[in-house]
Design a protein around this ligand. Sequence first.
Ligand SMILES: [Zn+2]
Length: 231
Amino acid sequence: MKILTKYTSLLLILFIFSANQIISDEHAHESKSNVNVLKTLLDGNQRFVSGKLQHPHQDHKTIVKNSKGQHPYAVIIACSDSRVPVETIFDQGVGDIFVIRTAGNVIGKIEMGSIQYAVEHLGVKFVGVMGHTDCGAIKAYASGSKGEGNIKDIIDHIADEAEEKEIPEPKHEHMDRCIYANIFHGTKQILNDPLITKVSTHHGKVEILPMLYDVKTGVVQVLDLDMKAPH
Ligand SMILES: [Zn+2]
């Protein structure tokens, strides 16, 4: 009987150990490396483009799991354009991506504060600045529209970007270059933000990448800050 109790205790200890192991494995899964984050996003985009969506993390179990707290693995700043639904184009679900969307994916103080929150408090290490082809905000700016009311603020913001100023007139003849310039500006804004730099230095590198979504094909392309827009 004593031996049986000993075995029962041993089994119980082993069970508790395994359960802890499972919990810590789950956490390990949540903290993806930046290479894995990019792969997850691009693999999801490939599924979206090829019509082989898996709709991960969109079940009730995921909702319950995330109700205890969020652990997104990426921040994506995108345009509010209805053709750019971020979770859908990356085939991701609840709790995966911390999404910030504004017309023209412009980044002001509130958007920067949102990025800061995700990086500093949620521990996100991957930030994508994703513009898109045929962007109405960039088109409005490039065509010389001044905009009225609060729309003027968006166009003024784009017009103020040093990268846009470098593009020759008439700007509407260089739409792709204007779109790239805006993405690069947003990326550099975050790269040069002192608080993001501080977090990146103290808590491990935060990867900040420029990205482009093509509304005709559904494909997301990772850009390079040295890259020139196609003419
Ligand atoms: Zn847009």
